[in-house]
Structure formats: structure tokens, C-alpha cells
Ligand binder design. Structure first.
Ligand SMILES: *Cc1c(COP(=O)(O)O)cnc(C)c1O
Length: 357
């Protein structure tokens, strides 16, 4: 079986974890700080704040911007549930607008229509590793005085017009094992705003500025030094991993037949967290079964758009977002991770072409 995702853990990560374990200092400490500094530099931003997950990164970022009950945040319905749920955690309301069928990302031209006096933020998701179309998103945000919180959980190292994601607004990344780099569990917030960085640090650690003095309600959303040590070793390999993902994606796009391969608009660097194709004409589920029978790991990201999830239906969401709904019926992700051999890639191509061409 060729797995759909595979964490790339080597001797460096093992050695780094052993060093932390032997140091006797396991909780948030010098390695977390080192990871924050290195990741901020990688993203080209001034500050980074590590958290326990990508989900808590989004939660903390929204709180740090003062978003809460009565506020609305515009986001995409075609994403992992955590993007929208983070908006619910702070008591705000997710407002969904449809996606561009070519890129699977939020459609900037629909934003303005979704803005109300309650709108406080836009949360684009750089889905599958492809940056959202940031220029028009930033333009609308600027014009209406809205905050931009980027869900970059799938897009470490992705670029829009030569600039890395996470630097356009407040960036949130995940280090879950399937992501482009991992800390096992973990996340990180990126920002150029010193006050936001400071707010994130306080919220992450029980609302505490001075030890055991608590001015506000915070959380324990810390990362441990064990996790940060893995992250530091992984970060050194991130560019190499991304280059292999990009090369694997290029091979697949050149050889696959009968499916719609991913689009990379001019001026964007897609880092292929997922390589996602469309299988038209209602054949997706048959192709999915056929690939699994042939030993190809495959998955549907995502089978149900957020606004159609039971949780959201029960809250009264009943809008129709045709492109997100069609994508959920047609998409299929194929292995693209850096652990693939040339033979694996050939097997994936042969299997897809046999089923689809
Ligand atoms: C993975 C992911 C998250 C959540 O990250 P965790 O580390 O799993 O909490 C949020 N948004 C998107 C788009 C993701 O892919």
C-alpha cells in the first residue's frame, strides 16, 4: 500500500528528542523559543508564537484580535472543520462564501457581498498548499478595516507573488503528522504585529504576564520542548521536502489522464500538502475504490463542505454554495509526499490511467 501521507522522521529528529528527554526540561522552554525564531525567519515575519496545534493557533489568533460574540468572520466552506470551528470557539459566527472551482480557494469577488456591520475578519485558507488570491482579499480587508487571519495549516513555504504565506495577515500553521512538516502535534502563529504576538503569548499561557498573576481568561495551549525539538529538525528539511512534493506533483500532472489535475496560477508557489484532482461525471467513488484495490492510498478532502456538516445544519445554516458542494463530490487526493519512490509514482499513474483514461 502506498500511503496517502507519511511523516518523514530521521535520525536528526530522534537525536533531538533524546537530548530534550535527557535534559530533564520537557515543557515549553528554549527549544520552543528557538523554533519560534527560526519559523518567523522562514516566513519572513518578525514574530512567531508556538501552540499545541493548528486549531489552537487559529483560536488564539482570533482571540488576540479581539474577535468574539456578535462578530462575523468570512471564510471558505471547503476546508477542514477546524478553520470554521475556531470562529465558533470565540463565540463569533462563520460566514461562508463559495470557492473558485479552479483553485478550490475562497473567491475574493464574493467577499464584499458577505460583509455586514458585524464583520470583523476574513479567514482565507491556503487549501492543499496553494495560496489564496491574496491581493483582492487584502484590498477588501483594507477598505472595510477587517483583520486577515490566514489559515496556512496546509501551506508551510507556499508563496504568493514571491512572498511567503503567514506574512499577509496573522498566519496560523499546523504541525500535525500529515502536514508538510510535523512536531507530532503542534501549531504556530506568525505576525509582524508586536502587540498581537504579545497577546498570543498571554492567551496561550493562562492569561499570565507575570508569573501567577492572571489578568484575563487564558488557556494552556503551549507546545512542549519535546515537540519543538522535532520541529526544529523538520524545519531544516522543509525546503527539501517542498521541492520533492513539487517535483512529484509535476510528474503526476504530466502523466495523469482522464482527471482534472491541480492548477497553479501565475505567481504562486503551490507546496502540495495534497495533490487533489477532480474525477468528473459521478465516477469519483468508483475510482476511489479502484485505487484502494490497487494499493494506492487515497482520500477525499473533503467529502462534506463545512456549511453542510450536521453541526452547522443544526445551527441553522441552510445556504447553497454550488462550487464547494460540487468539489466535495468530485475531488480525490493522491499521494504526493516526499517518501514516494519513482516506482510509487509510476504505480499511481498506471492505476489512475487504467481507471480513468
Ligand atoms: C490541519 C488543519 C487545521 C488544524 O490543525 P491541527 O494541528 O490538526 O489542529 C486547520 N485548518 C486546516 C486547513 C488544516 O488542514
Amino acid at each position: 500500500m502506498i500511503p496517502i501521507a507519511k511523516p518523514m522522521i530521521g535520525e536528526e529528529e530522534k537525536q533531538a528528542v533524546l537530548e530534550v528527554l535527557e535534559s530533564g526540561m520537557l515543557a515549553q522552554g528554549p527549544r520552543v523559543q528557538a523554533l519560534e525564531e527560526a519559523f518567523a525567519e522562514y516566513c519572513g515575519v518578525k514574530y512567531a508564537v508556538a501552540t499545541s496545534s493548528g486549531t489552537t493557533a487559529l483560536h488564539v489568533a482570533l482571540l488576540a484580535h479581539g474577535i468574539g460574540p456578535g462578530d462575523e468572520v468570512i471564510t471558505t466552506p471547503f476546508t477542514f472543520i477546524a478553520s470554521a470551528n475556531s470562529i465558533l470557539y470565540v463565540g463569533a459566527r462563520p460566514v461562508f462564501v463559495d470557492i473558485d472551482p479552479a483553485t478550490f480557494n475562497i473567491r475574493p469577488d464574493l467577499l464584499e457581498n458577505a460583509i455586514t456591520p458585524r464583520t470583523k475578519a476574513i479567514m482565507p485558507v491556503h487549501l492543499f498548499g496553494l495560496p489564496a488570491d491574496m491581493d483582492p482579499i487584502l484590498e477588501v480587508a483594507e477598505r472595510y478595516g477587517l483583520v486577515v487571519v490566514e489559515d496556512a495549516c496546509q501551506a508551510h513555504g507556499a508563496e504568493y507573488k514571491g512572498k511567503r504565506v503567514g506574512g499577509f495577515g496573522t498566519g496560523c500553521f499546523s504541525f500535525y503528522p500529515t502536514k508538510n512538516i510535523t512536531t507530532a502535534e503542534g501549531g504556530i502563529i506568525t505576525t509582524n504585529d508586536e502587540k498581537i504576538a504579545e497577546r498570543c503569548r498571554v492567551i496561550r499561557q493562562h492569561g499570565m504576564r507575570r508569573r501567577y498573576y492572571h489578568d484575563e481568561l487564558g488557556f494552556n495551549f503551549r507546545m512542549s520542548d519535546v515537540h519543538a525539538a522535532i520541529g526544529l529538525a523538520q524545519l531544516r528539511k522543509l525546503e527539501q521536502f517542498n521541492e520533492v512534493r513539487i517535483a512529484n506533483a509535476r510528474y503526476l500532472s504530466e502523466h495523469l489522464r482522464g482527471v482534472v489535475v491541480p492548477v497553479v496560477p501565475e505567481g504562486r508557489r503551490h507546496v502540495f500538502h495534497q495533490y487533489t484532482v477532480r474525477v468528473p461525471d459521478g465516477r469519483r467513488d468508483a475510482v476511489l475504490d479502484g485505487l484502494r484495490e490497487r494499493g494506492i492510498g487515497t482520500a477525499v478532502y473533503y467529502p462534506v463542505p463545512v456549511h453542510q456538516q450536521r453541526l452547522y445544519r443544526d445551527m441553522g445554516y441552510n445556504l447553497v454554495l454550488p462550487e464547494a458542494e460540487r468539489a466535495a463530490q468530485e475531488v480525490l487526493s493522491l499521494p504526493v509526499h516526499p517518501g514516494l519512490s519513482r516506482a510509487d509514482l509510476e504505480n499511481i499513474v498506471d492505476a489512475v490511467n487504467e481507471l480513468c483514461a
